[in-house]
Design a binder for this molecule. Structure first.
Ligand code: CU
Length: 391
């Protein structure tokens, strides 16, 4: 006979209750120990950043219930079939197979479940890539086997963060605590620029729910905003060599003032960017009086003639029209000059022709005169001869 159904159900219920108690107890214990794992902890570390809250919501409210319901349903189906349809309870099995309605349902329902999950999943994914304006930028470089932190905007040069050795670290923080933690101000947006010098490492800090690969030759980015001061611990999360387990990420969240003091102790300045901008602005300021005077004059005239722009436009229009008219007049004058020249040439030709005709006429008249003279001479000679004959 073995176990009856009730005994099995009681056992299953006991296991489930224990598991649930453990899962929900872990965050309760972690309240006291923010940013680090707790003994016998189950579930996620307590969230300490806005994105972590969203990630926890996705895990606790979306994924876990869906997984739980599916597991319970499948387990119940298996149990039901094992009990109801075993050889003894069901000696003559049915022979039918295929049921279109059921097959459509068990295809469509999982698709709908996945679509439902993806809505939350994409929302979270977009939130992770929607970088807010950052107050502090930390460049993190993964090395075999430690981390380098650099604060370019504050002028804090890269320093190396090594794991605290076993005899120096608090017992429960061995392999988590570092000699030189990464220091950030509380309540400020911290942008992490993440790369590596040799092999792939990964920056992971569970309390902030961030985990980003550190890839040589590539700059990855993520951000967080720590909600409480304290020490937060993470570890390299990409198998990177023999000392992979010995390069913890120790984030120290401090007040704004403490952060400024720490920056100063590192030889940086909270106003480095502003200082540099001011230094760069000096040459511009040197020529400023003249530029300012011109700008003021322009402004004054602009105030004097509120329709200055319209009038400038109008003047430009007028100038364009005048230029057009000038070109047209020039062309007209040229055309007239050409016409005049043509007319003069024609006149000259006419005069020349008349002159030639006149000359011809004169020649002819001269010829006639010569002929007349010759005739007169001949006539006179004849008269002379007649007179001589009569004598
Ligand atoms: Cu590593």
């Amino acid at each position: 006979m073995g176990m009856g159904m009730r005994a099995m159900a009681r056992l299953g219920g006991g296991i489930a209750a224990t598991a649930l108690a453990a899962i929900f107890a872990a965050p309760a214990m972690a309240q006291d120990l923010l940013g680090q794992p707790v003994p016998a902890g189950l579930g996620l570390q307590t969230a300490a950043a806005p994105l972590a809250h969203e990630a926890h919501f996705f895990h606790n409210v979306v994924l876990m219930p869906v997984i739980t319901v599916i597991c319970v349903l499948v387990l119940a189906l298996l149990v039901w079939i094992a009990i109801r349809y075993n050889k003894r309870a069901n000696p003559t099995p049915a022979k039918w197979s295929h049921n279109t309605v059921i097959e459509v349902i068990w295809t469509v329902v999982p698709v709908l479940i996945l679509v439902g999950i993806s809505l939350f999943s994409f929302r979270l994914l977009f939130a992770y890539h929607d970088y807010p304006d950052s107050d502090v930028t930390v460049k993190i470089t993964g090395n075999q086997w430690n981390w380098g932190y650099e604060y370019p905007d504050q002028g804090v040069a890269e320093y190396i963060s090594n794991m605290l050795p076993e005899d120096k670290a608090p017992k429960h923080l061995y392999r988590l605590a570092a000699d030189e933690p990464m220091v950030v101000p509380v309540g400020q947006n911290v942008r992490l620029l993440i790369t590596a010098s040799d092999v792939i490492h990964a920056v992971a800090v569970p309390a902030f729910a961030i985990k980003v690969d550190a890839v040589p030759g590539r700059m990855n980015e993520t951000w967080f905003r720590a909600e409480k001061e304290g020490d937060y611990y993470g570890q390299c999360s990409e198998l990177c060599g023999v000392d992979h387990a010995f390069m913890p990420i120790h984030v120290k969240v401090v007040s704004k003032q403490a952060f400024a003091e720490w920056v100063a102790s590192k030889g940086g300045s909270m106003t480095k960017a502003a200082d540099e901008a001011a230094a760069a602005a000096v040459p511009a300021a040197a020529e400023a009086p003249e530029v300012d005077a011109v700008r003021r004059a322009i402004e004054k005239w602009r105030n004097h003639f509120p329709d200055l722009d319209a009038r400038a436009e109008e003047l430009a229009d007028r100038a364009r029209a005048a230029e057009k008219a000038r070109i047209a007049a020039e062309e007209e004058a040229k055309r007239q000059a050409e016409q005049e020249a043509r007319r003069l040439a024609e006149e000259e030709a006419k005069l020349a022709a008349e002159k030639a005709k006149e000359e011809e006429l004169q020649k002819m008249m001269q010829l006639l005169a010569e002929q007349k003279a010759a005739r007169d001479a001949r006539y006179a000679a004849r008269k002379d001869r007649q007179k001589k004959g009569r004598r």
